[in-house]
Structure formats: C-alpha cells, structure tokens
Design a protein around this ligand. Structure first.
Ligand code: HEC
Length: 148
C-alpha cells in the first residue's frame, strides 16, 4: 500500500513506465551507469520521506536520517556528466551539454533545497514545505534535461 502510494507519486518524476530492454554502459568507468546509480541512491532516500508526508506517518528521527543521507549523496551524480558522455543508455537530453549554465543553475537550486530540508527535518510542517521544494527542483531539472 505504501509502496503503491509512493510509486504513483514518483512515476512522473522518474519515468518508471516502460523501460524496454536494458542497454549496458560499456565505456571505461561507466559514467552513464554511475550517474544513474547515484540518482537511484538519491531516490532511495528521497522517496521514503515523501511516503511519510503523504501518508501522515511522519516521524522526526527516521525522516531526519533520510534528509541527512540525501544531503550526503547530493553531490554524487554531477562529476559523471563529463564531456562526450551523451550516449546510450543515457536518458539525459543533449541540452545538459548545450545549456551548461542553466543545468548548473538548476543543480545549485537542488543543492540549496537539500540543505534547507536537512535544516528543518525535525519539524514536520517546515519539513513538508522544504521537501516539496526539493521535489520541485528534481522535477524542473528533469523536465528540461531528462528524456523518458
Ligand atoms: C540539475 C538536474 C537534475 C536534478 C536537480 C535532479 N535530477 Fe534526476 N536526473 C537528471 C538527469 C539529466 C538524469 C539522466 C541521467 C542519465 O540517464 O544519464 C537524471 C536521472 C535520474 C534518475 C534515474 C532514472 C533512470 O531511469 O535511470 C532518477 C531516479 C532521478 N534522476 C531522480 C532524481 C531525484 C529524486 C531528484 C531530486 C531529489 C533528482 N533526480 C534531481 C537531472 C537531475
């Protein structure tokens, strides 16, 4: 039940529909695979907070632990968006590389929002609003820079 709620809420964010056959990242160092794995780790911390808020099962300590882990993971994906790493199986759009200033601005908004969330994680109402601000930064960046 909780799972269903969270998947519904996040389907739009992460594009969980219809993945098709998996293409492997065969390049040395696997930059695409590595950054996708990093985003999945971020999601694994982000999702349970959303479930707690949406199902009114917020508890300060578990929520704060997820916010702390999200804070620790927030820098992981970005170093793996190197030049010349727009190849299958990436879901990134070419705009990541053609509009680097905008990508960087959206990244910084996400960084700021995760910090704000961590700061208020033990106060349910403040955490709710800070959580959805983070959510909006994920969504805004995905809309512009991530395909399906
Ligand atoms: C500044 C831009 C940006 C922000 C902010 C951002 N993402 Fe992403 N995200 C991307 C891009 C680009 C990709 C595609 C990476 C690739 O496939 O090479 C991606 C991929 C993902 C994936 C992997 C999807 C898949 O099918 O492999 C997940 C999960 C994800 N993001 C979750 C999140 C969550 C949750 C947040 C917020 C807490 C977030 N992202 C914030 C740009 C962003």
């Amino acid at each position: 039940m909780l799972r269903a709620v969270s998947l519904m809420a996040l389907a739009g964010l992460v594009g969980l529909t219809g993945c098709g056959a998996k293409i492997e990242d065969t390049r040395p160092g696997k930059p695409v695979q590595t950054r996708q794995d990093a985003f999945h780790e971020i999601l694994r911390e982000f999702e349970p907070m959303g479930v707690m808020l949406r199902t009114r099962t917020y508890q300060a300590e578990p929520f704060a632990r997820h916010a702390e882990r999200l804070f620790e993971l927030r820098d992981e994906p970005w170093p793996h968006f190197g030049p010349d790493t727009h190849y299958p199986p990436t879901k990134a759009k070419a705009e990541v590389w053609s509009q680097p200033e905008l990508f960087e601005r959206q990244r910084l908004e996400f960084i700021a929002a995760t910090e704000a969330l961590r700061a208020v994680a033990r106060d349910e109402e403040a955490a709710r609003s800070a959580y959805f601000k983070v959510y909006d930064t994920c969504k805004a960046c995905h809309e512009r820079f991530k395909g399906r």
